[in-house]
Write a protein that binds this ligand. Structure first.
Ligand SMILES: *[C@@H]1O[C@H](CO)[C@@H](O)[C@H](O)[C@H]1NC(C)=O
Ligand SMILES: *[C@@H]1O[C@H](CO)[C@@H](O)[C@H](O)[C@H]1NC(C)=O
Ligand SMILES: *[C@@H]1O[C@H](CO)[C@@H](O)[C@H](O)[C@H]1NC(C)=O
Length: 408
């Protein structure tokens, strides 16, 4: 009896030690977030073990776990028709709101899910629920793209998949088939999906045949640059769930099929040090001392190395490619972009990627709404259902859908 209670106490203490992480009290429901983070961390550790044992790539193992968690599609709505199909051999899941006699043509959003270019699926319940609610509340057609992921493919294949599916959808006969108004189509995505949405918007706005085809872009806590991992938000949220700085840098390196040995050097900005000539011209485009307000920069200091490691961008030149880092695109590219919504969260390494992009777009003359959530954390918008329901999840989703309703 006594020894079993000792074991029990030890187990509880061990579990508490594993789950507890210091979190600011301003984040939405900190205890629930700790549990969510511990679950995700556990899944990552199991995946790393499977990788070390040589059984499978850790990202494949991790995605297998995520897909199993997200499998049970508890969500369905009698008013939304869901179809799995192919657009130019890219898999998509289409959500159609029910026809309204007074509005024969529907609005539409091309949606790109998040997951570090390596994880997630248009078919897990989190995105099913989001897209169903969007289709229903906006009475719209939502095209959720099942693009291929790392390690099956690497940059820029993810972009190519999204471009192919979107171009196919934009053909007049396809829009007609889905009763979509060609003048009211937007592109959107969260996290790495926001990165892909931003890249595709830039590509389309440069293409004479596709220019003005997208009415809006809506970017949810997007990933937008890999040149500075010491923005105030990267410094402030080094170990904040759901994505720590170290994890984010690894997603980047994996996206480029790069060498993990560079991760530590990239964390201290050795890849964009002053002696790396290739990066010099781009630094000014993400100079946060001028792009961010002092309420955000606080007392954080820029991390600029005098000497670093020039081998990194020579081996991974994709780091400096605006298709991977839309924030560093030239002003001439930005000025042609459609009306933009950017949602940012305070407790997120990527907060300043979004705020800097909003600032650069505004300076280029683009209409931008920056929607910031003080208690938000990275990924919160898909956490709206029990047991992972967060009040900030519902509030971000409502705010996003409201903006789409008023602007699309
Ligand atoms: C960054 O680069 C400097 C100069 O080459 C080197 O001394 C330092 O060890 C590097 N830091 C990391 C974390 O790689
Ligand atoms: C960044 O902006 C600050 C303030 O405007 C300026 O002093 C600094 O030279 C800029 N740095 C770069 C690399 O452009
Ligand atoms: C989450 O869902 C449960 C069960 O439906 C509910 O009791 C709780 O209030 C919800 N929490 C939030 C923050 O929405």
């Amino acid at each position: 009896m006594r020894s079993s209670s000792v074991v029990l106490i030890a187990l509880v203490a061990l579990a508490a030690y594993y789950i507890y992480i210091p979190l600011p009290s301003s984040v939405s429901e900190p205890w629930k977030l700790m549990l969510l983070d511990a679950t995700f961390r556990g899944a990552q550790q199991v995946s790393n073990l499977i990788h070390c044992l040589g059984l499978s790539h850790h990202l494949l193992a991790l995605n297998f776990i995520i897909l199993s968690f997200g499998k049970k599609s508890a969500w369905s709505s009698a008013r939304v028709k869901v179809t799995d199909t192919d657009f130019d051999s890219v898999e998509v899941r289409v959500f159609e709101g029910s026809p309204k006699p007074e509005e024969p043509l529907k609005r539409s959003v091309v949606y790109i899910h998040g997951g570090g270019w390596a994880l997630g699926s248009a078919k897990i319940k989190y995105y099913d629920e989001l897209c169903t609610v969007m289709a229903e509340e906006l009475n719209a057609v939502i095209v959720s793209i099942e693009y291929r992921l790392v390690p099956e493919v690497y940059f820029p294949a993810q972009i190519h998949d999204v471009v192919r599916a979107t171009k196919y959808f934009l053909q007049p006969e396809v829009l007609q088939k889905y009763s979509v108004d060609p003048g009211r189509i937007g592109i959107s995505g969260d996290s790495a999906g926001g990165n892909l949405a931003a890249a595709v918007s830039q590509q389309f706005s440069q293409d004479a045949n596709l220019k003005n085809k997208l009415k809006v872009q809506a970017l949810i806590y997007p990933v937008l640059q890999a040149l500075d991992f010491n923005t105030p938000s990267y410094q402030q949220n080094v170990n904040t769930p759901i994505v720590s700085r170290h994890t984010m840098v690894k997603y980047w390196v994996d996206y480029f099929k790069g060498n993990h040995d560079f991760v530590q050097a990239m964390i201290v900005n050795n890849h964009t040090s002053l002696d790396v000539g290739e990066a010099a011209a781009l630094r000014a485009r993400l100079n946060w001392t001028s792009l961010l307000p002092t309420s955000i920069t606080k007392n954080y200091k820029p991390v600029v190395q005098t000497t670093g490691n020039a081998r990194i961008v020579r081996e991974i030149p994709q780091l400096l490619d605006a298709r991977s880092a839309p924030l560093i695109a030239a002003q001439e590219v930005l000025q042609h972009l459609p009306k933009t919504y950017i949602l940012t969260c305070e407790h997120d390494v990527l907060r300043d990627d979004g705020i800097m992009y909003a600032k650069r777009l505004e300076s280029a003359g683009v209409k931008v709404t920056l929607d910031h959530f003080e208690d938000g954390f990275h990924g919160c918008m898909i956490f709206t259902s029990w047991p992972t329901n967060f009040s900030v999840g519902l509030r971000t989703r409502n705010s996003y859908i409201k903006w789409l309703d008023q602007n699309l």
